[in-house]
Design a protein around this ligand. Structure first.
Ligand SMILES: O=C(O)CCC(=O)C(=O)O
Ligand SMILES: [Fe+2]
Length: 212
């Protein structure tokens, strides 16, 4: 049997990933609850908090003082980039799950995702991220944005911190950062914002799947 044919027969359809592909093509975004189990969220949250307490996070703003001030008006989160070569259990598990999804997307939709970059993010009380397009960083290689929420299950509406996605017809979709939930959307197409956190710290991993 030739290799291509073998690969076709070997191929197993994944319902969850198929739903992601359908949603992305129909509405440019998708929401998957329980993409990470509660044990996985706990593992990831513990690692995030360990780094945060060790002061490893940086203010998301860069540049000189004036620039920083301007950026703080736009975005108040603290971030830490994650190295894919990390041997920490949490980070290995994270990239395993992401890579499994990426392999499927590349195989079934020829998405051509070659690179990725992910960072932990902490939004303390009072912080937000104003409406933006993820390509404002001048990175046209960003194809899909992926946000994974790591809060405890007691994250309630009064905590604020919703992700608001503005669809192409400008309808707003409000999404709470519920633990285990991931949101994927077209980086080049959909503007979005993070509403002010009113209570507690909002914990997440955000990243981009890139084409070159
Ligand atoms: O945390 C979120 O829900 C979105 C974060 C975001 O828009 C970004 O980091 O570019
Ligand atoms: Fe964004």
């Amino acid at each position: 049997m030739n290799k291509e044919l073998f690969e076709q027969l070997d191929f197993e359809e994944n319902r969850l990933y198929e739903q992601i592909i359908t949603d992305l093509s129909e509405q440019q975004y998708c929401v998957v609850d329980n993409f990470f189990t509660s044990e996985e969220v706990l593992l990831l949250r513990t690692k995030l908090l360990q780094n945060y307490k060790a002061d490893a996070f940086k203010k998301s703003a860069i540049g000189n003082r004036t620039n920083e001030l301007i950026k703080n008006n736009v975005r108040g989160d603290f971030i830490l980039w994650i190295n894919e070569a990390s041997t920490a259990a949490a980070e290995k598990l994270f990239f395993q799950k992401i890579n499994h999804l990426v392999a499927y997307l590349n195989r079934t939709c020829f998405m051509g995702i070659l690179h990725k970059e992910f960072h932990y993010a902490v939004y303390p009380k009072g912080t937000f991220y104003q409406r933006h397009l993820d390509t404002f960083q001048n990175d046209s290689r960003r194809k899909l944005s992926v946000v994974c929420y790591l809060n405890d299950k007691d994250w309630a509406p009064e905590n604020g911190g919703e992700l608001v996605i503005y669809k192409e017809d400008q309808t707003a979709i409000n999404l709470y950062p519920l633990p285990g939930r991931i949101v994927i959307f077209e980086s080049q197409l959909l503007e979005h914002e993070v509403k002010e956190v009113k209570k507690g710290k909002r914990l997440s991993i955000t990243g981009w799947l890139k084409t070159r």
